[in-house]
Design a protein around this ligand. Structure first.
Ligand code: AMP
Ligand code: ZN
Length: 113
């Protein structure tokens, strides 16, 4: 399967890694929208939230644990941050390997849509 985030996790495409464990990989977004913009992804390929189910949803809770840890390490836990996952065309999803944007370091726009 030709998936850019699977290639990043394997190391065949370079990335600026900020965290890795057995289930999750996190790296800096190549086109940052905020001073802190990290992508947190499950190592196992899941295309989007549409593919989350009882068998694979454990990693989602783990991703939020990692988000809290990284927010603290990156200095935005107190100032505030956003964790967001785009699903499908209307949300603007461009990479179909589930990922969570961790955004912070400035006052983020408040519009939800
Ligand atoms: P989304 O639009 O929610 O699917 O987000 C995909 C994100 O992946 C965008 O913010 C891109 O800037 C980011 N991205 C795409 N390719 C790379 C890459 N090679 N390294 C880091 N981030 C990437
Ligand atoms: Zn993938």
């Amino acid at each position: 399967m030709d998936c850019i985030f699977c290639s990043i996790i394997k190391g065949s495409i370079p990335s600026q890694k900020v965290y890795e464990d057995e289930a999750v990989y996190a790296f800096k977004d190549i086109n940052p929208m905020a001073p802190v913009h990290v992508l947190i992804v499950p190592k196992k390929h899941i295309a989007s939230i549409n593919e989350v189910n009882a068998d694979n949803s454990g990693v989602i809770a783990h991703i939020y644990e990692v988000a809290a840890k990284l927010a603290a390490e990156l200095g935005v836990a107190e100032s505030g941050y956003r964790v967001v996952s785009n699903c499908g065309a209307d949300a603007g999803q461009t990479v179909f390997h589930l990922h969570f944007h961790l955004l912070g370091g400035k006052a983020l726009r408040t519009e939800m849509c």
